[in-house]
Design a protein. Structure first.
Lengths: 131, 50
């Protein structure tokens, strides 16, 4: 469903604000643009995916530049936005490396972050009038 | 794997299709593809020693 607000081409500064909101609140950009169905699905699915990853003993990786793969995982983790900071503040995401679900948890957390980055790009395209 | 496939196919379907009916069809095909590929790759890896 396309709302009239979503069909307008946004100004440049508003576009970046929209992208920031879309990053910080998964689905928030779509909700702002009037695409409620998409926004709600992204909000529920990506947040649940991230929480599921934490529940499976996944780890929020540190920004350790001496280990490139760990640093890339950290960037992917950060992609989910607000839930990442909430989890950090709550002390979640320490990860239990001996847990049988550890790698599954990491996969869920990383995939949630990467999918949210795609959602942000979609918001950018919509705001620019390309979709 | 099923839960992961469900989440990813839902997000991809909603992201790439605008019509709700198309979203359901594409999401179901994507989900089936994930599960089918998982089972197929699992069986292909079965004879390999750990």
């Amino acid at each position: 469903m396309r709302a009239a607000a979503a069909d307008r081409t946004q100004t440049s500064s508003l576009t970046y604000l929209l992208c920031a909101v879309a990053w910080f609140v998964p689905g928030g950009g779509h909700l702002w643009l009037g695409r409620r169905q998409k926004g709600i699905v992204f909000l529920v699915a990506l947040t649940l995916m991230f929480v599921f990853g934490l529940w499976l003993e996944g780890r929020l990786f540190p920004f350790d530049m001496t280990q490139p793969l760990v640093a890339l995982s950290a960037i992917a983790d950060l992609g989910v936005g607000g839930p990442y900071f909430i989890a950090r503040l709550m002390g979640a995401g320490r990860g239990d490396v001996v847990a049988i679900t550890y790698e599954y948890g990491n996969t869920f957390i990383i995939a949630a972050g990467l999918l949210n980055m795609l959602v942000v790009l979609d918001v950018f395209d919509i705001a620019k009038g390309r979709k | 794997m099923i839960v992961f496939s469900l989440f990813v196919s839902t997000v991809f379907a909603v992201l790439t299709r605008d019509d709700p009916k198309e979203q359901i069809v594409f999401g179901a095909r994507l989900f089936g593809g994930f599960i089918g590929a998982g089972i197929l790759i699992g069986w292909l890896l079965y004879p390999l020693p750990l």
